[in-house]
Design a binder for this molecule. Structure first.
Ligand code: FAD
Length: 320
């Protein structure tokens, strides 16, 4: 029996899908233990019902000054305090900007091991095995933790979020924390990129590389992404060339995405880029160089000029 605590994530007032994916993973391994979801800086208790549908037995709504925006300092203090009070055996986080930042620090404070970027969790005869990519996604490693109490970060879009057939609403715990010790205060967030589909969780990603040639060159990619209900991403080549914001960068030093469809336009396919997208279910590459390495990982390849092919594809899909 394992008690599990998962940090839910919210974007634009709604729960991110990774919150449900983590709870479903927790269901698989709890073996009758209690599953707790935590939402920090949120007092919208209507969200508890959804978390309950995916397996949460109780939901903490943690509020206090300085908690409405993520800060490493604030979240670390809250989660450390909660972990000491709730004593969960396992703490789960999304392998997201928040989870990647907070989980290693909390693991260190709690003196526990951390397995990061988990794409699968298997429970067999009481023993848990994790699968995680290594060598920039070229191989997978299976890991077992030497101790029973650990932390993990779960890669979004890899585990299926499974709602339960029947479930009573979870217990809601209104948790007010003393935040005078928090040393970082976020006064204002000025968004650089337009809000739209969340790149990390998008089912379709249309990504541009240096071959897009300018900021204006991203427009046809945006149109295709909009049509497919997806998000635009980029290679570091495109970000370094100032064609787009670094928040769009996909790869080893950028975001990791696992969409159903990844359309790479004018991207050569360097290993550091593949690290962030090679787990996409279907990869389409558009490149004018037939020898570009991206074709080695692509399911479908189109050799040609992206400025001809992307608008053609968009027109074709509009009438499909
Ligand atoms: P290029 O390699 O220049 O490729 C451009 C491609 O566009 C070419 O294949 C060309 O044939 C094609 N093209 C040009 N014009 C057209 C056209 N009109 N139509 C169709 N195709 C066209 N990179 C990342 O992406 N993400 C990372 O996170 C990342 N992290 C890194 C970390 C480290 C430590 C290092 C050293 C590098 C990292 N890089 C990363 C950089 C990586 O090595 C590559 O330099 C980068 O991915 C190249 O970007 P690109 O494919 O857009 O550009």
């Amino acid at each position: 029996m394992r008690n599990i605590l998962a940090l839910g994530e919210i974007r634009a007032g709604a729960l991110r899908n990774i919150s449900f994916e983590m709870l479903s993973a927790a269901q698989e391994i709890a073996e009758g233990g209690k599953i707790t979801a935590v939402l920090i800086g949120c007092d919208d208790q209507t969200l508890a019902h959804e978390l309950g549908r995916f397996g949460a037995d109780q939901v903490y709504f943690v509020t206090g000054d300085q908690l409405s925006h993520y800060t490493t300092d604030g979240y670390l203090q809250v989660l450390h305090q909660l972990a000491q009070e709730e004593k969960p055996d396992i703490l789960l986080f999304g392998h997201t900007a928040v989870g990647r930042d907070i989980a290693p620090r909390l693991a260190s404070r709690l003196g526990r091991g951390l397995v990061s970027d988990v794409t699968d969790i298997q429970l067999e005869a009481g023993k848990i095995t994790f699968t995680r990519p290594i060598y920039a996604g070229k191989a997978f490693q299976q890991v077992e933790m030497a101790e029973d109490r650990w932390l993990a970060t779960i890669r979004p879009n890899n585990m299926t979020a499974k709602p339960l057939d029947s479930k009573t609403d979870p217990t809601i715990i209104d948790y007010k924390v003393e935040t005078s010790q928090i040393r970082t205060i976020i006064k204002e967030i000025v968004k650089k990129t337009a809000t739209g589909v969340d790149l990390s969780e998008a089912k379709v990603v249309v990504a541009g590389g240096r071959g897009v040639k300018s900021a204006a060159g991203f427009e046809p990619l945006q149109q295709l992404a909009d049509l497919l209900g997806g998000a635009v991403g980029a290679s570091r080549g495109a970000c370094d060339a100032d064609y787009c914001d670094y928040s769009l960068q996909i790869g080893q030093t950028g975001k990791v995405v696992t969409p159903d469809l990844y359309i790479a336009c004018g991207i050569s396919g360097a290993i550091q880029h593949l690290a962030g997208m090679s787990q996409a279910k279907v990869i389409v590459a558009i490149n004018k160089d037939p020898d570009a390495p991206i074709f080695e990982v692509a399911d479908y390849g189109i050799v040609g000029d992206l400025f001809e092919i992307v608008p053609l594809l968009t027109e074709e899909l509009k009438t499909a």
